[in-house]
Structure formats: C-alpha cells, structure tokens
Design a protein around this ligand. Structure first.
Ligand SMILES: Nc1nc(=O)c2c([nH]1)NC[C@@H]1CN(c3ccc(C(=O)N[C@@H](CCC(=O)O)C(=O)O)cc3)C=[N+]21
Ligand SMILES: [Mg+2]
Length: 287
C-alpha cells in the first residue's frame, strides 16, 4: 500500500508560514496585502473554489475582495474591471477564475492583468519567465505539486517524470518545473501512442487531464510517486463526490506514494495562491 501524501497537512504548514510572513509584511510596510478574485457567472463549482480561496485568505491575514459579474458581461466591461484593479494600490494580486464563458477571450483577459499582480502565473510574461528560468509568479497547482514531490522524494535529480496533459495552466508549467528540478521529462497527451507503456516508465507520474480514473494500476511502475491533479465532480445518489484522474483504489496498491482527491493537490493550490499574493505584494513595495 502506497504512502498517502497529505495535501491538507502540507498546505497547513505553508499557510502558517504565509501567515507569519504576512504579520512581518504588515509591520514593515503598514499595509495589508490584498487579493482580488473575479468570478464571472454562477457556475456552482467555481463558487465553491472562490469561497475556499476567500476563506483561506482571511485566515492568513490577506484582505480579499470578491468581484462577481453577470455571465453575459462584455469583454470591454471585464477589461475595465481588470484595468481598475491593476491601478488600485490596495490590490496586490488579481485572480480571474477560469474557465470564462465562451464569448470572452481568456488569453486577452489574462494578458490584461498587470504581470506583477498575476498571482495565477498565467500572464505571457510570467509564462516566459518560467520557461527561461527567470524570477516571476509561478502557477499555484504545479508549484504545490513540486513541494509535495520534494517533501516525499528529496532531490529529484535524474528521475524520469511523465506528465499526462498539456494544458497551459497545469501540464506545461509542471513540465517546466520538473525540468528545472533536473528530471528527465516526458509529456503525454490524447495523441500519444501507447500511453500506458510510456507512463509505466515514470518514477514520477503527474496526471492533469480531467478524465476521471484514467490512470490504472498497469500504467504505474511499482514504487512510483503519483500526483493526481484531477478534480472531477460526479453526483452519486444525490451526493457530490470528487474523483481524481487516477483510479486511486487500484493505483495505491502499486505506487510508492500517491496524492488523494480530495485532500491532495487542491489544498496546496490555494496555499500557493496566498504565498503568491504575498510575493506579489512584496514585489510592489518601494525599495
Ligand atoms: N484562475 C484560476 N486559478 C485557479 O487556480 C483555478 C481556476 N481559475 N479555476 C478552477 C481551478 C480549480 N482550482 C481548485 C482549487 C482548489 C481546490 C480544492 O481545494 N479542492 C479540495 C476539495 C474542494 C471541493 O470539495 O470541491 C481538495 O481537493 O481537497 C480545487 C480546485 C483552482 N482553479
Ligand atoms: Mg490535453
């Protein structure tokens, strides 16, 4: 039976570090770090995540400001809000909850956020910084996954990491971070031939595709470390249940260590969002 990597515990540790750093920040600068969360429409899952983020922010002493916009808001109206938040000195971090309704251009909205306030690390300039190994804001889910990997395995040098999924928000930045940590990195996706045999070579297997229970036991090398980024919601007998991209029951009998869903990557994502907000606030202070 695999070691269960406890994301709640890891996130509690990071949150208490951030809370301490926020106290120091306030004493030094006389202001409170601020995070603006923009939610367009009334998708119930997004509402749950936004509520969690706002709650955790308060817990670590970060002021959070929620902006709710109607699902049919225009691109111009959303851009105007982003411009206003960019110019507001009380706002140090801006998160526009994704996905946005189809009539809105996500790339344009994300690139309208001031790069210094882009706490998701999705702005083109932060993407370029990560790709070239320069300092910047790093996406929260991959960053949280790396922390759990380091705490589980120590130095990752020379390990073969396979990332399933090539999204801009998880797969690609995850691969960049693993490469920076000296892993041999392979990315697989829907067009990969014999995906199972590639995954079976992995010392580290990261699943980030949004397909419930895609990864089976015979995709996993015995003893491998498995990071499950999937958050798939299903309603079973009227109850809301979460599934990862990994078939936990079977894979946990083969893997050396594995993150559960819930209680794995999700809580670490939120903790890193708040760490990024403090980093953003620090970078905006006069020297
Ligand atoms: N601009 C933007 N940035 C994001 O970081 C972002 C986003 N948009 N859109 C949606 C996804 C999803 N996401 C999650 C964060 C925490 C949990 C989380 O805390 N999950 C808990 C369970 C929560 C539950 O019950 O649903 C857990 O896994 O234990 C889940 C999902 C951030 N996202
Ligand atoms: Mg894909």
């Amino acid at each position: 039976m695999a070691q269960i990597i406890d994301g709640k515990k890891a996130s509690a540790k990071l949150l208490s570090q951030v809370a301490g750093d926020v106290i120091e920040f306030k004493a030094k600068h006389g202001i409170t770090p601020g995070l603006a969360v923009v939610l367009v429409g009334d998708d119930p899952a997004s509402q749950v995540y936004v509520r969690n983020k706002v709650q955790r922010a308060e817990q670590v002493g970060i002021r959070s400001i929620e902006h709710r916009l109607d699902a049919n808001v225009s691109q111009a109206e959303l851009n105007a809000l982003v411009d206003e938040l960019n110019a507001n000195p009380d706002v140090h971090g801006i998160l526009v909850q994704l996905p946005l309704p189809g009539h809105l251009d996500e790339d344009r909205i994300v690139d309208a956020i001031a790069p210094s306030k882009d706490v998701d690390g999705f702005h083109s300039l932060n993407v370029a910084a990560l790709a070239t190994g320069k300092p910047g804001l790093v996406p929260c889910t991959p960053q949280g996954s790396m922390t759990m990997l380091s705490e589980t395995l120590g130095d990752l040098t020379g390990l073969h990491a396979v990332v399933i999924g090539r999204s801009n928000i998880v797969g690609k930045p995850m691969a960049a971070l693993l490469l920076q940590a000296n892993c041999t990195v392979t990315m697989v996706h829907s067009r990969t031939r014999d995906i199972a045999s590639v995954c079976r070579q992995a010392d580290i297997l990261v699943a980030a595709v949004g397909v419930p229970k895609l990864v089976k036991a015979d995709w996993v090398k015995p003893g491998a470390t498995v990071i499950d980024v999937g958050i798939n919601v299903e309603i079973i007998d009227g109850a809301r249940k979460l599934f990862g991209d990994v078939d936990f029951a079977s894979v946990s009998e083969v893997a050396g260590a594995i993150t559960p869903v819930p209680g794995g990557v999700g809580p670490m994502t939120i903790a890193n969002l708040l760490a990024n907000t403090l980093q953003a606030a620090e970078s905006q202070m006069p020297v």
